[in-house]
Structure formats: structure tokens, C-alpha cells
Design a binder for this molecule. Sequence first.
Ligand code: IVH
Length: 753
Amino acid sequence: MTDAIAARIAELSQQLHSHIYHYHVRSQPLITDAEYDRLMQELLALEAAHPQYRRADSPTQRVGSDLSGDFPKLRHPAPILSLANAFDEADLLAWQERNLRLLPAGSQLSYVLQPKLDGLSIVITYENGSLARAATRGNGETGDDVSANVKTIRSLPLRIPVDPSSGAAPARLVVRGEILFHKADFLALNEEQAAQGLPAYINARNTASGSLKQKDSRETAKRKLSAYMYAIVDSDGLQLASEWETLDTLRWLGFPVISDAQRFASLGEARAALPGWEARRDSLPYEIDGLVLKVDDLALARELGVVGKDPRGAIAYKFPAEEATTTLLGLTIGVGRTGKLTPTAQLEPVFIGGVTVSSASLHNYDQVKALDIRLGDRVIVKRSGDVIPYVIGPVIAARGGGETAIRPPDCCPFCQSKLVQPDGAVDWFCENANCPERVARSLEFFVSRGAMDIEGMGEKTIETLIEAQLIADIADIFTLQAEPLLALEGFAEKKVENLLRSISLAKARPFAQVLTSLGIDGVGSTVAALLTDNFASLQDLLDTADAIRAAEADFVQVVQPICEAANSADEDAQRQLARLRQPMTNLAPQYMDAADLEQRMARRLKALHLPASEVRRISQALAALIAVSRSLHSIEGLGPVLVVNIVGYFSAAHNRTVLAKMQAAGVTMRAEAKSLAGDALSGKTFVLTGTMSQPRGELKALIEANGGKVTSSVSKRTDYVVAGESPGSKVEKAAKLGLPILDEAALRELLNG
Ligand code: IVH
């Protein structure tokens, strides 16, 4: 019996060592966090019951580490502790029992309950009120010095207290907290990635960690990281009695502190709050993987002490896992309205966080290849909140040898045309605009709520109309006649009448809504509004697309012989050639404002050793391309890849035919002229920063109603920066660029002419 226990302890230790290595060193976990926790719990329990088998090098004795070779190390002023886990209420009761046994008889424990943020731990030192250093948790004793990167996180104060009138900060203060992405910011980051044709980030926590560990802090600054502080590790002179007071102190000093912490007089009351938190989990602005329950009285918590690396006075209450391992049985392929192929994993059904999951997203084939996911693999699947379950990756260690590689098909499974992967894209596409699957999907999207919103035209109706050959594209909807419809089974007079009425109503939808409904890749309602703000009509868009295509063709004609003749192995030369081949993404937007285009190009293309006359021809062709593409590239919010998509859409012959049919049928193809209150700000671009006396949206509307434009970032093209109270770095940037900085009163003067 005891032999079996010793063997199990050895086996668990060996497995956990291997998992720790794969997680921390290889960054390629083989099992889910939940499974890791289970193994660790089993080992902890066995070692507690049979301490004679606990080895000094047991994984339970080891503190995880996020140290990397790239950063100088900082020693923490006190050990940066971790937390023991509780998985259910019984664990919480047992925890309290143990604690009460260690305290004088009759001790009363009250608690603070707060979310366990799923980010990465950070330790920040302030000296004489200034942010002096910041370090990752590391191994708990020393961490990576990420000071420069942490300083880019806007919500963290560089000086405390933020409001100097609120008191004085201690001469030295070391705080601890968590760095993370708000869900909305992580989604936005992935939208940006998609707009640039780059792969999506899969996991918010790892991306936050990667963002913080950039060597160049300007890269960190580009990511919208957030931070929340929850503990004071060390200070000169602060006398705090409770966790609750700690949170209050952090708050008045000006730190971001989660607002939903709760204080309870007993464990019973805290337990009663648990279900509410689980229910609210998905609606919180950040990811949490559980709750942290802390003994409120700091004197009692100190008395309880520390076991291993965990303080006895606090515990993590983990939510049920959102990840599980299962087998990848097969793949189904979908083709969307843009022709994009979406591989979906068919899984052996698995129960995750209360739901049975049998299919999951695989994102795209590049991702499948990058992660080396094979048919028959054991895969880790994540399901969280409203997002579609997705495959995180394979469990390589579980391979038996019978797994087979996954490759994108050669042909579209619905129309058999050859599939293409555009340059730089991660997705594969069916390019056949008449592919029946694409047509059905684009029709469904076109009529849906949020798009043209044509009532009475559900999936079933669309299918019937396609089968009866009454519609073959979205434009055909607008020329439907009563008679052939009445001839269809199930189409009674009333139904046909209603359908035709809603179609006729849809013809009058605003132009921006029509553009949104077309389903152009990357063009949702926001981008469509940007387009109609800048282009008065469909004709304007078509003309611009034509002009760009022509200028692009001219440019290609100039550079083609150069690209063909060049056989330089020089890396820089190769890079420049690659840029020349894609002027719309790699040259026009970057050189749009260059005053000395020819000199800039000469420097840029130095590695190609071109005669001056060639450089001049290239520059002239580029200038011509810039002249016609500026109207798109200068719209803030349209990335170069999106512009290419838009131009591609409006220059495709098939789309032009469909759009012409729609216009002929009376669908709105012109933007409504905006009624302006005045034109005092005509043509001027504004950036608003800081807290204003009225909501920003209202000021923005006021500026726009008077002919001005409001953008979010300060650049040479900004005419005025309007600064409210406690403005941010935008004002510094504006001052550097020598731009006029107005207060609200000056803005009003400007408005009044
Ligand atoms: S208290 C001794 N509070 O969870 C104090 N930790 O599993 C220990 N965490 O390493 C930390 N949210 O990075 C605390 N509200 C919170 C937290 C929190 C997230 C992290 C922290 C810690 C890990 C322990």
C-alpha cells in the first residue's frame, strides 16, 4: 500500500515537473490549467498525509517563475506570495476551520471578497511619490525589471497621490496588482490585427504578458493594457488595520482599484455572494478565473502566517474550468459571404463549464498549421462566456502516431473552384462570386437585421427563391414581381404583399446601411459611415476605385522590369522589392505626407542601386497613386489592408454589375447631405482630450455640425487640440508639433466665428 503511494507521488512529481517545464520554459502547455491544478492538488494531498515521502525537490516546494533572460532583475522587498486554491465551498469551510484552530479561541473572522483577475502580477515601487521601478512576480523573490513598459500603462499613476490635495504619499510604497487587457480592448486589438490581415491573438492573458515583455516600450505603449492594484507589499510608515482599508488607501492615492470588492462579517455571508459572482462573470469588463477571499483583519492575517508560498489569510476560490481536453474527430469546412473558408473542429463531445461542446472554431488553416493540430489529436478546447468555443492547441505528448496532418483543400467544397490565399492573408478564399454557398450566405447577411433588415426574408425563403431561380444575387431582390412569387408553394397573397412591401421600404435605407449590408470584408457600420462621410455617392467610390486601379497598374508597369531584373540576394534589397510589389499597402499610405518624395525614395531604395532616372519614374508613379488613393488612406480608422479590400470590392466586375442593378432598381446610392448648423469649423480637424464640462460625444457632434472633424490621435494633420481637465499625453504631443491647444472657452469663441 505505502509502496503504491510512494510510486504515485513519484509519478505525479515527474509529470508535474515536465508540465512546469513545458509551461514556463517552452510556453507550450501540454495540459489545461485545470488539469494541472488537479494533479498538483492530488500531490499536495498525498504529501500532506505522508510527509515522509515529500522530497525537497517536489514540485509542490517550487515556486513558478516568469523570469526571462531579456530583462535585468529586481529583488522584491518582501516575498511576492501566491494563493492556495479552493474549488468548492467545502474547501472554504475547511480553510476557515484550519485558521480558527491557529488563532486564539473565540476569534472572529470577517472577510473581503474580490475578483481574481486573470492577468499577470506586477510589483511597483514608488519613491517620494514617483513611480521608481516595476517588476514582474518572477520567482517570488526577484522579477524582471519592466519599469519602462509599465510606465506606458495609462491608468497607472506616475506620481502619487494623483490629487495632491488629498494628502501625502508615504516616502516609499510598494504596491502589487494585476496587468490585463479589458475584454473590449482585446477584441479591438484583434479587429486591428484582422484589418491588417494579421492572425488573431488567441488568449488575452498571454497577450498581456507578451505585451509587457516587449524589449521596446513603444511596442507596449501601442497595446491598450489596463492595471488594477490590490495589495500593499511594503511602505514607509503606513499603518493599515484591514484589507478594506488597504483598498481605500490605494484608491485615494489614485490607483486603479476594482470597484466591486465586498466586505462580509462572516464566511457564511461571503459564501452567499458566490453564485452572484459566477452569474456576473461574463458581463465583467475583464476576465476573471475566480475570486479571492481575504481575512479582513491584517493583524489576524499576519498571525496566521504563511505556508510554503501561500499566506494562510487568503485563498483563491477557482471557478469551474473553462477548458477541457478531447479528441479531434474531424473537420467541416464553411464558406462565408466573402468566400472565406472557416474550418470547424468536430469533437468528441466534452462537458465544459456546464455545457456539452461537440464543435469548435479552428480559426484558420494558418493557425492550424502554426499550432500543428492534426486529425485524431487530443486537443485543448476553451469555452468562455459568449465566445464560440475554440481549439487552443494539441496535446503533443498524447500523440499515438496515427494522427494525420490537416491541409486546406485545393478546391471550394461547394463550387469546386480553385482556392486562393491572398498575399499576406491568413485565410483561404473561394473567389467565385457565383459560388452557391457564397451567394446564399451573402443574401442571408444582406437581408438580416442590422443590414438591410428586410422582414419576411428568412433563410428558408432565400433558399426557396434561389431554387426557383428568382434570385441569383442581392440585386435581384429589388426586381421581384408578385406573379412568379404567387406561383411558389406556400406563398399566399398576404405573404407576397408583405414581402414586396418590406423590399420596397428597404430601397430607401440610407447609403451607409446599404454599404454595410454588402458584406465587404472589414466594412461594418462604423467603416461604412466613414465611407459615406467622405464619399457622396456610389459613383464617387467606383470612380476612386477605378482611378486607383489604373494608377496601380501604371506603377506596376514602371517597377515590373526593375523587380524582374533584380537578382540581389541582399536582404534589404529583397525587402524593398517586396514593398514595390505592394504599393497600396507598403508605400502609398506611408509616403502620403512626404514633402520630398523623390529624395525619400532614393534613400529607401539605395540597396537596389537604381539610376536616378528610375527613382524619379518610380516616385512620379507613386505620387500619382498617392494623389488618387489619398481620399481613402487619409480616413482615420481605415487601415491599408481594409483600403485594398474596399478598392478590390468596388473594382470587381461582378460587384459593379450587381451595384448597377441595385441602383437602377431604386436603392439609395447617395449619402444624405448633412445639414450643418454652420461652417465656422469647415475643413478643420480637432482632437479632444481630458475631461470636458459636457460629454465628449456632444462636443464632437457640435464640432461636426459646424463643418469640423474629430479624430482620436494627434498628428501633423490636426488643426486644433481641445484640452479639458487633466489632459493626457496628447497635449504634450500637440505642443511638440507646435499645434494650437484650446480650452473649451476658446473652442466656443472659434465656433462663434
Ligand atoms: S492577492 C498574498 N488578489 O492570483 C496576496 N491576487 O493565484 C496574494 N490575482 O499571484 C495575491 N487577482 O497574480 C490577489 N484580487 C486579487 C487577485 C490576485 C488576481 C493573482 C495574483 C496571484 C495569483 C494567485
